[in-house]
Design a protein around this ligand. Structure first.
Ligand code: BTN
Length: 268
């Protein structure tokens, strides 16, 4: 891939500007600097490799060359209050766009799902992650950076010692080779189409419809608290995850620093 070819391939989408790199530290970091320097809305940073890719909760994100998709969209915030109130929905925006793209290719018995709040799974294994970061200038929200990483070919799956959840890649699930740049085109197209709806109840319903592990028991880890064993219910209208503990008490979890693990998972 190169800058000109990518621009041509994405020319039918209403993106801002595009910057392609053979290798970068993290597309989210490059996008953040570009946003501060005045990048237009829906500008895209894409790369073939990340040397310091980042995940949620200070984790690293593995992006070896030629095997994965790693890109970040700059979403300019013009309506400060609305954007702030709905920040967690941007994570769902990325996750839903990836899910919908994959579900056009996956057999219906193997749908892609969202492990709340930000992982995309297929066959109960993680194949994509979303990292949303807000950038400020004083009290002004400059931009929201929507970072998306997708494992495409087998070398993109991190080695077992780096895994905190079972992982896979698109080509292994589909059992065929995939053109990663046309997959990215489809994800971007869906982000653009879904974005105007992120404040609507229908958006939450679409997110809930894709929720992984509904009705299953999970361990919930919240920084600084004892782990909680609970059954996944659904989503509240603000995007919080509704769970029920062993005593029958209902909890409403905010995205933030929450991790879910399956109880009695047979996956390694
Ligand atoms: C996670 O699962 O914890 C989120 C992973 C997000 C990875 C993407 S790859 C593109 C963008 N740049 C980064 O450094 N991270 C995100």
């Amino acid at each position: 891939m190169d800058q000109r070819t990518l621009e041509e391939q994405l020319s039918d989408l209403s993106l801002g500007s595009i910057r392609y790199f053979g290798s970068v530290t993290s597309t989210n970091d490059v996008a953040a600097r570009w946003a501060q320097a005045g990048a237009p809305d829906l500008s895209l940073v894409a790369t073939n490799e990340q040397t310091a890719g980042r995940g949620r909760m200070q984790r690293s994100w593995y992006t070896p060359q030629d095997a994965a998709l790693a890109f970040s969209l700059i979403l300019k915030a013009d309506k400060l209050d609305d954007e702030l109130a709905h920040l967690p929905r941007y994570t769902a925006l990325g996750a839903l766009a990836v899910c919908e793209t994959l579900n056009e290719a996956l057999p219906p018995v193997l749908p892609a799902q969202i492990k709340w709040p930000n992982d995309v799974l297929a066959a109960r294994r993680k194949l994509a992650g979303i990292l949303v970061e807000a950038h400020w200038h004083g009290d002004d929200l400059i931009a929201i950076i929507l970072g998306i990483g997708i494992n495409i070919a087998p070398p993109s799956v991190p080695p077992p010692e780096k895994l905190d959840f079972p992982a896979t890649c698109v080509e292994s699930v589909l059992e065929k080779n995939v053109d990663r740049w046309s997959l990215m085109h489809s994800v971007l197209e869906k982000v653009i189409a879904l974005r105007p709806h992120i404040q609507s109840p229908d958006f939450i319903r679409a997110w809930e419809h894709r929720l992984a592990f509904r009705g299953e028991w999970v361990q919930i880890y919240i920084e600084g608290q004892d782990p909680l064993e609970a059954q996944i219910g659904g989503l509240d209208m603000d995007g919080s995850l509704r769970v029920r503990d062993r005593m029958g008490e209902i909890h409403h979890l905010q995205a933030g620093e929450v991790q879910l693990r399956l109880v009695d998972s047979s996956l390694k």
